[in-house]
Ligand binder design. Sequence first.
Ligand code: KG4
Ligand code: ZN
Length: 347
Amino acid sequence: MNITILAIESSCDDTSAAVIANGIVLSNVIATQAVHQEYGGVVPELASRSHQQNIVPVVHKALTDAGVGTSDISAIAYTRGPGLLGSLLVGASFAKGFALAKKCKMIEVNHLHAHVLANFIQTPTEHAPKPQFPFLCLLVSGGHTQIIHVRDYHDMTIIGSTIDDAAGEAFDKCAKMLGFPYPGGPFVDDCAQGGNPHAFEFGKPQIKDFDYSFSGLKTSVLYFLRDKQKYDMHFIENNKEDICASVQHTIVEILMQKLVLASQKTGIKEIVIGGGVAANSGLRSAITRYGEIHNWITHIPPKKYTTDNAAMIAVAAYYKYLGKHFTEQNVSPKARYSLDEYFSHSS
Ligand code: KG4
Ligand code: ZN
């Protein structure tokens, strides 16, 4: 059987389309919306409009890059949630129209499910070994920070999550205080390269079990900068690299502490990461470093598959196709969409 899926991702501010054929990703096109930079965060109304402008050319390019025509498509997949409703509606409506016109199957994908399964992306030139079940996934994005116990493609349980801000939000909010544009995570990462991660100490939260908290860090960085600037108005410019390195180090250590604990308590040593913050160089090297200490088998996806992309939606859809988990036309997008709810009806 030939399974060719066109996948759409439009949950936030990236419009992306990918084609997967028999489990191999043939194309992955991403249009990132620069319009939000000057506002210091994603403006939902502008995001929806940009998706409307981008979706047709992005899909066209994904099909062309893959060398696939619309009549070759067996199913169209789209992100149902979580995300910004107006943004999700663009991808979902496109998928519904396409499915009706081409009389093909439709597959809804949960964005978090896709971030986990990004570790299974294979292309004609990329074939990293796939993670073995069961594994633990540290899922760190702009909206989520979770440790997920993954037993199978469609069987996952969240065993830890943030009680307030996500790790990506902590990066972005600290970046904003330092004067970087949105999203600031990658700027902090770049700037941290030249800094001393031990230059400044920030407290780490004491939270139960495998849960996280990042709102305290944000506040302590805010007060720290305010106090330092009282005596030196150029404190940020003069110490930017050290501040970035120290903030990054603190976020990474907080993430790693709970991941180590989760691995020890569950006895699972197969460890993967996913989500935009998994592009962070400090986190990537910490996974490798801790992996050597704790005898983990680690999987770190290429950076382009950690931030939002449709290739991960395509892979999740491919495994759903194999399990015959198809979606009806009357299904609507969900701004809030937990993995528990998703798996309760789609597997
Ligand atoms: O997964 P993603 O692309 O979108 C969501 O689902 O939220 O994650 C975006 C988040 C943003 O907070 C962004 O600043 C962060 O990932 N991010 C990074 C890096 N690249 C992206 N954070 C730290 N270092 C990076 N290199
Ligand atoms: Zn994401």
